[in-house]
Design a protein around this ligand. Structure first.
Ligand SMILES: NC(=O)c1ccc[n+]([C@@H]2O[C@H](COP(=O)([O-])OP(=O)(O)OC[C@H]3O[C@@H](n4cnc5c(N)ncnc54)[C@H](OP(=O)(O)O)[C@@H]3O)[C@@H](O)[C@H]2O)c1
Length: 224
């Protein structure tokens, strides 16, 4: 499978490196075609790895993974171009964190909207699948890095796209029973807002290597 990994930060590099190790072809995208981090990554990875602009990477790919800064994601995907994105799946890992007032951050979009929904509205033909944004990037590609059957969330409006990305998550090591489907893309309001708790847990624990595990008890308050 051909992937565009949009983003040259630690998330983009971690996801792109994992995809290469799984035998996929990856073009890492950034704002320029001369990004030093993207060039160094492609040289290190070898023949299945290339780099280019957001636009070139999105044109190359069958699937697009958004690993850009949350506040810039809509602009980055705009630079990728609707004509290159088309009806492809966009896996959105970004969080709309605003660090302008320091740590812990606030959310630049929340409550009655989310970044996932903003991206879906900006690219209505694309199939936006939000996932992986609630764990640190090492855990994204190596869930065994934390013990237990801890949980991952997925949401998006297109069921076939979610099924395809469940397959990718399986390649990353996330077994099906651990993946909780929250429904449509508006569920991203919840998983993005969870970062308000995640960042505070990070501050309290002094460790980013943690995750939550959801357990269901006997059903209560269900509409029969
Ligand atoms: N760190 C984690 O473990 C973790 C976990 C879950 C979710 N996330 C989310 O994953 C995303 C990536 O995080 P990160 O720490 O790897 O990288 P980051 O520093 O948040 O973002 C880096 C990328 O954003 C692009 N970018 C920045 N400003 C831009 C602008 N004005 N216009 C267009 N593109 C712009 C950069 O482009 P250039 O390459 O051109 O500089 C770069 O590729 C974030 O949304 C973050 O919230 C991170």
């Amino acid at each position: 499978m051909k992937y565009a990994v949009l983003g040259t930060g630690m998330v983009g590099k971690t996801i792109a490196t994992k995809l290469i190790s799984l035998g996929h072809e990856v073009m890492m995208g950034s704002r320029t075609s001369t990004n030093e981090k993207a060039i160094a990554w492609a040289e290190e990875m070898g023949e299945n790895a290339t780099h280019g602009t957001f636009s070139a990477a999105s044109a190359f790919a069958e699937r697009i993974i958004n690993c850009t800064s949350g506040g810039a994601s809509v602009a980055a995907l705009g630079a990728a171009g609707a004509e290159n994105i088309g009806d492809k799946i966009i896996v959105d890992i970004a969080n709309p964190l605003d660090f302008s007032e320091g740590f812990p951050p606030t959310l630049s979009v929340c409550n009655d909207d989310s970044l996932g929904e903003q991206i879906q509205r900006a690219f209505p033909k694309a199939k936006v699948v939000k996932t992986l944004n609630t764990v640190n990037c090492m855990l994204m590609v190596d869930p065994a890095g934390v013990p237990g059957e801890h949980s991952l969330f997925i949401c998006g409006d297109d069921d076939d796209a979610k099924a395809q990305i469940r397959g990718l998550l399986g390649e990353f090591g996330w077994g099906p029973a651990r993946i909780i489907d929250g429904g449509g893309i508006s569920f991203a309001r919840g998983t993005e807002a969870y970062l308000l708790l995640w960042t505070r847990l990070f501050g309290a624990l002094g460790n980013a290597n943690f995750n939550v595990e959801l357990h269901l008890g006997e059903t209560i308050n269900a509409a029969d």
